[in-house]
Write a protein that binds this ligand. Structure first.
Ligand SMILES: [Fe+2]
Ligand SMILES: [Fe+2]
Length: 271
C-alpha cells in the first residue's frame, strides 16, 4: 500500500495546488492514504476550520501541525472534536488537541498518525523521544502502520528520532524547515525516513514568504509583515510504500508537483 505525505502547506497558493492536484495524483499513483502538514496553510501561519475542511475534501485523510498550530484560534474546536487532526504530542497535556489519531486508508487498513516537536531552536516542550515511546504503547497493537511527523529544526535530532523509532514505526518524516533533504531511506529495521520533506507553496520565496519583505526586515530590523509569496508553487512530499501486514516501510521517494503538472493532473481527472 501507499502513503503520500505532504510537507508544510503554505498559504492560499499551497492550499490551492493541493486541492487541484491531489485527486488526480491519488488516482495516478494509487495512493491509499494522504497525510499533510497544514501548520502554515492560513496566510502562512496556522490553519482555519474552513481550510481544514477544504484539505479533507480534496483527499487529505489526516492533518498534522507544528509550532504554528494555535495561530488561528478557531481551529481549537476542530482539534478537540475531530479524529483526523493531531497536535504535537509532546505539547503539554493541557494544550488542545489529540496526541495521535487512527485513520482508515482506502484499502481498509488502519493507520496511526502522530507528530512530535523538536527542542532545538524551538519552544521548550517535553522530551519527544520518551513521548514517542509513550504513544507507541498507547496505540492498539492491531494498528501496525504507524506514521510520525517529526516537526523539528535540527537534522541531527531528526536522524536520532528515525533511529529511535526504527523498526517500531512505518515512517518518520521531518517537517518545519520547509527545505527538503536528500537523505530519504529505509532504515535497517524497516522504517522509512527523511529529515525533511520540504514545503508546499510558493518556492520563489524565502520558506514561502516574499523575498523582498524578508530581506528588508532582516537588514533594517523594521517590523515588516512577511507576506506569502506567489511564484513557482509546488507540492513537496514523499510517497512511501508499505507492507500492510507488518507495517514496515518498503520504499520512500521524494515527489514534487509544480503548477503545470497540477494542471495536467486536473485535466486527466476530467477526461
Ligand atoms: Fe512550517
Ligand atoms: Fe514549523
Amino acid at each position: 500500500m501507499r502513503i503520500l505525505f505532504i510537507g508544510d502547506i503554505v498559504g492560499k497558493p499551497g492550499v490551492d495546488i493541493v486541492t487541484r492536484a491531489l485527486p488526480g495524483f491519488r488516482r495516478q499513483e494509487s495512493i491509499d492514504l494522504v497525510i499533510a502538514n497544514g501548520e502554515n496553510s492560513d496566510n502562512g501561519s496556522g490553519i482555519t476550520p474552513a481550510i481544514y475542511r477544504k484539505l479533507i475534501a480534496a483527499g487529505v485523510d489526516c492533518v498534522t501541525l507544528g509550532d504554528h498550530i494555535y495561530r488561528k484560534k478557531d481551529i481549537i474546536t476542530i482539534l478537540e472534536n475531530q479524529d483526523n487532526i493531531v497536535k504535537p504530542a509532546n505539547y503539554p497535556p493541557e494544550a488542545p488537541g489529540k496526541t495521535w489519531a487512527v485513520v482508515r486508508a482506502e484499502n481498509g487498513r488502519e493507520v496511526a498518525v502522530f507528530s512530535l516537536m523538536g527542542r532545538v531552536f524551538m519552544k521548550p516542550v517535553d522530551c519527544p523521544f520518551t513521548k514517542a515511546d509513550q504513544i507507541l504503547n498507547e496505540i492498539p497493537d492491531s494498528v501496525k502502520i504507524r506514521f510520525c511527523d517529526f516537526h523539528a529544526e535540527a537534522t541531527s535530532d531528526k536522524q536520532l528520532m528515525g533511529r529511535h523509532l526504527d523498526g517500531r514505526v512505518t515512517a518518520v518524516c521531518g517537517t518545519h524547515t520547509h527545505i527538503p533533504t536528500a537523505d530519504e531511506q529505509i532504515l535497517p529495521g524497516g522504517t522509512a525516513f527523511i529529515s525533511d520533506v520540504g514545503m508546499t507553496g510558493p518556492h520563489e520565496s524565502i520558506l514561502g514568504r516574499r523575498i523582498d519583505k524578508v530581506l528588508q526586515a532582516t537588514i533594517t530590523f523594521r517590523p515588516i509583515p512577511f507576506d506569502v509569496a506567489t511564484g513557482d508553487v509546488q507540492i513537496s512530499g514523499v510517497v512511501i510504500d508499505v507492507d500492510p501486514k507488518s507495517g514496515k516501510g518498503q520504499g520512500i521517494r521524494r515527489i514534487k508537483i509544480n503548477e503545470k503538472q497540477a494542471e495536467q493532473l486536473e485535466d486527466e481527472l476530467e477526461d
